[in-house]
Write a protein that binds this ligand. Sequence first.
Ligand code: KG4
Ligand code: ZN
Length: 362
Amino acid sequence: MVTILAIESSCDDTSAAVLRDNVLLSNVIASQKVHEQYGGVVPELASRAHQQNIIPVVDAAIREAGIGKEDIDAVAFTRGPGLMGSLMVGVSFAKSFAQALGKPLIEVNHLQAHVLSHFIVSEEGGRRKEALTDAAALSAIPTPHSTLLTPHSPPLPTFPFLCLLVSGGHTQILLLRDHFDMEVLGQTIDDAAGEAIDKAAKIMDLGYPGGPIIDRLAKEGDAEAYKFATPQIAGYDYSFSGIKTSFLYFLRDQLKVDPDFIENHKADLCASIQKTIVSFLLKKVERAALDHKVRQVAIAGGVSANSLLRSELQRICDKHRWTAFIPPFKFCTDNAAMVGIAGYYKYLRGEFADISLPPYTR
Ligand code: KG4
Ligand code: ZN
């Protein structure tokens, strides 16, 4: 049995998790609210907030898991890709902590971690400590609950399977032949899907991050109200910058006629742009699964929290009698549990990291 402490700090969430083998014991996330007012992540503020949060978050994760520091067998950390200043905090902390414990380090690629989140065995329903924004809230986390752990194990994917990785920074269709054998079948040639959604929200002045807001407003709207052209692009690749531009020009034209156009048609606009992006994403995924004769399809990354993407993936999989792997919400956006599971599989392979490894941004 191996106990892993995992650290994630690649963007604007400071997170620490403890896993015992593949079972999640705790997953604490401090989200940084400070960026909302700027309409995007401000790197300088992100690294500062990580610096403030990292110790209370790790402390809370260890306490909540009901273990002691001495029980930790290895420290896994996100090495990249991400924001340099943000990564530096988690990487430096992980190195010092591992060094102090005299335990090995495991470096994890953030994108692989998102995909491997499908292998986490967690309690049914899960408990995510959400939006813990300050140290006081973190230290208020009570304590061990390990006695009530009855791990819920949904069927895990088997190899090979396909994964659509969609986040604010990445959009890729991956073919997994093994935990760390991920072939990129296709990817975006410009913006990521989450970035496109966030930009659409920004154009409508909805707030940041736009994904969850568009998702919520879209529920009240008509997805067929407006049509936005999707680009013809070869193979399994994507492009989102054209969709964003056609959305922008469409609104600019409408606003000339009706200055309140956005306000009056917000829900329809959200539903339509969301449908355009989700249909485009899944059309290529369906094609890739058919071409590669894969019968299991997963989604991962922040955008996999999108309700339409989830329901449409399920519908497509039902149609073909494929199995859909849709992550619990708590594992969609950035979290250390996914870093821990990736760390666990690396531990089993004996892949440890040198103390001198620097973070990487891409
Ligand atoms: O994986 P993630 O937390 O961070 C990155 O590594 O980028 O993904 C963040 C992205 C943002 O673009 C956010 O708007 C999007 O995920 N997102 C959503 C939803 N929840 C988060 N997009 C659409 N619908 C959602 N419900
Ligand atoms: Zn991410």
